[in-house]
Design a protein around this ligand. Structure first.
Ligand code: SME
Length: 165
């Protein structure tokens, strides 16, 4: 069934995330497949806010591997502590980067990426993935984006919980 998202374009960004979160929960509820849910979450974020690049990198041994995303082609593997994503993994904290050129070791999958937010997805205090958002505008993210994306990352955590036997 085709899904639609109801986001008020005239509302402030914080309200838009508040309105989006329950819709995302509805979008993934009842679907057990992780790939399908991450793909829809990435699509919903890009559809709602028009971000340049939205996607997930999943922990795969000692690397992050590219997961479902929306946007230009991207690097497939990132080492622990490497780039903005690897830093989010290593430090288990959100990386809010107003200017990617000022971030030591930033990995430029696209030369059009100018600012970035990467939020770790945690299960039992362990990073299992990161949610990576790129903008083609300098300093394009606000506190509202960081808080909203952190709430979405928390929603994602539930997707990684193994179903009770
Ligand atoms: N910029 C990221 C790499 C992933 S691309 O943005 C999709 C980083 O420095 O980790």
């Amino acid at each position: 069934m085709a899904e639609t998202l109801d986001i008020n374009a005239n509302a402030d960004r914080q309200q838009q995330y508040t309105d989006l979160l329950p819709q995302l929960r509805g979008l993934i509820s009842g679907e057990p497949n992780l790939t399908a849910n991450l793909a829809n979450l990435a699509a919903a974020l890009r559809q709602s806010f028009g971000f340049f690049w939205v996607g997930f990198y999943l922990v795969d041994g000692d690397e992050l591997v590219l997961g479902p995303f929306q946007g230009d082609i991207a690097c497939t593997r990132i080492g622990f502590g490497q780039g903005v994503c690897g830093a989010a993994w290593q430090e288990a904290t959100t990386q809010w980067v107003p200017d990617v050129d000022a971030f030591p070791g930033h990995i430029a999958c696209s030369s059009q990426s100018r600012s970035e937010v990467v939020v770790p997805v945690l299960v039992d205090d362990e990073v299992v993935a990161v949610l990576d958002i790129d903008s083609d505008q300098l300093d394009d993210f606000t506190e509202a984006d960081v808080e909203g994306l952190q709430a979405i990352a928390s929603l994602c955590s539930e997707l990684f919980l193994t179903p009770a036997v």
